[in-house]
Structures are given as C-alpha cells and as structure tokens.
Ligand binder design. Structure first.
Ligand code: ADP
Length: 471
C-alpha cells in the first residue's frame, strides 16, 4: 500500500514511535558505509605497499647493496625509478639515495626519519604537505636495514574522495532512514488508525458490527472479532433490558388499573367511612401485590440479562432446605400433607443463600398448594457427576403436557390453579435463579397423579456420596 506522510506523521508522538526504526535503519546504513570505507582503504593501502616493496626489491636486485660505502652522512643522487628515496641504515651509519627531483632541504629530514615498518600514506615533511609517500622497510641478510618510499598521492586522493563521498552518503542515509522510519511507524499504526476510524463510523451510524479490514493480520482479526462480540453483547443486553422494561410496564398495567378501580369505587359512594376504609385496605393489599410483583420481575430480569450479583458462598443443602420446610410446616399440617425430606447430609453447594432458599420456598409452596389434602410432598436428592439434583415430588393434581411448556413463563397460571392464591411468577423466578447459579430446572408430571420438579446445581463437595447416590 502506498503511504503518504501527513502533518500528523511528523508529530512528536509518531516521532517517538519512529525512533526505534530510525536507529535500526541508520545504524545498518552506517555499518555498511564504514565497512565499505575500511575495506577500500585496506585494498588501496595494500596495493600501494606491495608496489613500493616490489620496486625496492627490483632496485636491490639490479644494484648490489653489499659494496655500499657508508659514511656518517652520505648523499647520492641516483636514478631510482619511481622511488623517492632509498635509505640504508647500519648502526649509526646512513646512506641515502634520493631522487633527483627531491628538494635539497628534504634530504636532511629524510636522514633523520624515524624507522617504522610500513605506511601507505606518509607525509615526510610539514613544509611540503603535497608530498604523500608509501614507505616500506626491510632488513637485508647482512643486517642492513633498508627504507624506501614512492609517491602515493593519487591513491591517497582516491581514498580522501571515497571518505568525503561516504560522508555525503551518510547524511543522505540519515534522511532516508528517517523517512523510512516514519513510513514504518505509520504502517505499524495504520491498522489502529483504521480501527479508530471504523469505530467512529460505527458509533455515528449506530451499527453493531465492525467491518473487517482487507487483510488485518491475525492479531487484529482476533481484536476485531472480540470487539464485534462485545458490541453484540451490549446490543443484546440493551435489547433484553428494553424488552424487560416493556414487559414489566405491560404486566403492571393490569394491577395498577385494578388499584385505580378500587380507589374510584371507594370514592364513588360519598363519605361512608366503612366503605372508604375497605377501599383503602384493598388499595393497600393491591399495592403490596404490585410491589411484590415488581420486585420479583426485576430480580428475574436482572438474572436473565446476567446483571445480577449473587452473594455466593458454600451452603449446606440439607440445612437450607430444612429451614424452608420449617417455615411451611404449619401450612403442611393445616392441609394434612405429609412433608418429608430424604436429602443427603453434608452436600455443599456454592449458592446465594437467600435466593436459593427462595427457590426451595417456591417449590415447596407449589407442592403444598397443588396437592390434595392428606397428600404427600417428598424432597430428595441424588448426585449426578459434578451436580446435585434436588427433587420436589408431590402426588397432587399434576400438570398437562401443554401446560408443562408454559409454567415457566412470567405471570402464567394454570386454569385449574386459579382457586389458589398466586402471582404466576414463582416458577419464572425459580428458573431464572437456578440458571443464574449455573444449574438447570425441569419438571416431570402426570395429570391427577403428581408432579416432580428437579433442580440440578453444581456441587462443591459431598462427604456422603454413597448415601446420596443410594437415595
Ligand atoms: P403460581 O403458583 O403463583 O400460580 P407459579 O409460577 O409458581 O405461579 O406456577 C405456575 C403454574 O404452574 C401454576 O399456576 C400451576 O398451574 C402450575 N404448577 C406449579 N407447581 C405445580 C405443582 N406442584 N402441581 C401442579 N401444578 C403446578
């Protein structure tokens, strides 16, 4: 993709992002340039030195150095070919053979030139800076040390040229490295910029899906999918909350109209205090019903949307069922229903103690309500892998297969149950709460024979596995 740099791309933040890339690119360029310059210098120097060595060897071959005449200071002007000078050193004696074109004042300097191994670009005199020589030194078998030099101005010029060009290339590389760094930084943040833009469009247009980039790459594709899941989850939550709100408003309309009618009825017939008192009492009862409905419906809505906060803790199953049975004991005795419990001891579940008690309460209440007098309600348990299944079995009126499908609905009441008091919210609450606890609830029933409700919940621990399974 072709990238163009804009003002934003040279902003300090992007500058910082590009710094790493710059250091990488620039140091790579620098290393290449330095290696090149060092390599070329070595080649040039080597060529110069081998040239001067060769010329010295040729000279020595052609002129026998054994019969040299040394004196404290001996100068001999000779034809030396390309060599600038040859100096023979034996102890304190020196013999200097200098090229004819050498300036006389240089000869003295050359005589006292310190002896060193080899140098490709040596400046023999500060007064003659134009002179650049390749100098070599060698020791002859008879102990005489020979030093010779040839001009290396042209190769030195070439080397200087290469150095200044390398400098220029370094500056050029600096600029290119910065541009490359900015492009790379832009390319790196580009998907984020696109995501940012896409999110803005989604918010503006009220969409619920992000359009995937052509090729977002693995990590980004996961991010896009996660964001899409989040958006969908939010939308579902909002829809569910809106539905719940609509339903609650709709469901409350009937009792509120009833409340209003009772109040109107009380006001219609003048000032009869008895009548007014009766109407007010009815209003109070009705409003309490509405409040109870509202509470249950709000709890169910919260549980269904996943917005409920359960205060979960280890709960001893038998203990929490016993507590609820005690509350309903009076009702059972009044209706002469034999209420019994075979739930195994020491089964621990992870639950919100209050809400799970309300679940037991609703199921016990129904069991007692919809069972004939002298009937029986048995509460039992069995373990099923990691679950405990609690059953509430009565031998009452039963539920028809058609009704079985509807009993979990909000405000549903069976036709044959109208004689009993109820809001039609009990099972709706039971289902929502059990599911919020990660459990399941189901029913088995036969008309006029009886009904069993089952609640399965994740198990924390059972020390009494054998007993529970047997039951
Ligand atoms: P309510 O008991 O207030 O009517 P529920 O939601 O608790 O509301 O129950 C919904 C319906 O399911 C009841 O009206 C009744 O028809 C049926 N039902 C619940 N439990 C039993 C039961 N143990 N035996 C027979 N029918 C039952």
């Amino acid at each position: 993709m072709f990238l163009r740099l804009s003002k934003k791309d040279i902003a300090p933040a992007r500058f910082k992002a590009g710094l790493g890339f710059f250091l990488l690119f620039f140091s790579a360029t620098l290393i290449v340039i330095v290696l090149l310059v060092v390599g070329l210098r070595k080649e040039l120097a080597e060529a110069e030195l081998s040239e001067v060595r060769q010329q010295l060897d040729t000279y020595l071959e052609e002129n026998n150095p054994s019969n040299l005449r040394f004196g404290p200071l001996s100068f001999t002007g000779r034809k030396l070919g390309e060599l600038q000078f040859i100096k023979f050193i034996r102890g304190n004696d020196r013999l200097l053979l200098a090229a004819e074109n050498l300036a006389p004042e240089l000869l003295e300097e050359l005589l006292h030139l310190r002896s060193f191994e080899e140098q490709p670009w040596f400046q023999p005199s500060t007064t003659h800076p134009e002179l650049i020589w390749a100098v070599t030194t060698k020791e002859l078998p008879n102990g005489v040390v020979v030093q010779a030099a040839k001009s290396s101005v042209s190769s030195y010029g070439l080397y200087q040229d290469i150095r200044s060009k390398a400098g220029a290339i370094t500056i050029f590389g600096f600029v290119i490295a910065w541009l490359l760094a900015l492009f790379s930084a832009k390319k790196m943040v580009l998907p984020i910029l696109q995501l940012h833009q896409e999110l803005e469009t989604v918010v503006e247009q009220g969409r619920v899906r992000l359009q995937l980039l052509n090729d977002p790459g693995n990590e980004l594709e996961t991010l896009y999918n996660q964001l899409n899941r989040l958006l969908e989850q939010n939308r579902r939550l909002i829809d569910e909350m809106r539905d719940s709100l609509d339903n609650v408003a709709h469901d409350l309309r009937t009792p509120m109209t009833r409340l209003r009618s009772v109040a109107e009825f009380g006001l219609q017939e003048g000032d009869d205090p008895e009548r007014l008192r009766g109407s007010l009492a009815d209003c109070l009862e009705e409003s309490e019903r509405v409040l109870a409905m509202l509470n249950i419906m709000m709890n169910v809505a919260q549980a269904e949307s996943g917005a409920i906060t359960l205060d979960t803790q280890p709960v001893e199953l038998l203990e929490s069922i016993h507590a609820m049975m005690e509350l309903y004991d009076y009702v059972a005795q009044e209706r002469e229903i034999a209420m019994s419990c075979t739930v195994a001891a020491e089964i621990i579940i992870n639950a919100d103690a209050i809400r799970i008690s309300q679940v037991w309460g609703n199921l016990i209440d129904n069991g007692l309500k919809y069972t004939h007098e002298n009937g029986a309600l048995t509460i039992g348990s069995r373990l099923d892998e990691e679950q405990v299944v609690v059953s509430f079995q009565d031998d009452g009126m039963g539920i028809s297969p058609v009704e079985q499908k509807r009993i979990w609905e909000r405000l549903y009441r069976g036709d044959r149950s109208r004689s009993e008091q109820g809001l039609g919210l009990g099972l709706n609450y039971v289902k929502a709460m059990v599911e919020a606890h990660g459990g399941k609830v189901w029913v088995e029933s036969e008309l006029n024979k009886g009904t069993t409700f089952y609640v399965s919940l994740p198990l924390v621990k059972s020390d009494n596995l054998k007993v529970a399974t047997e039951q």
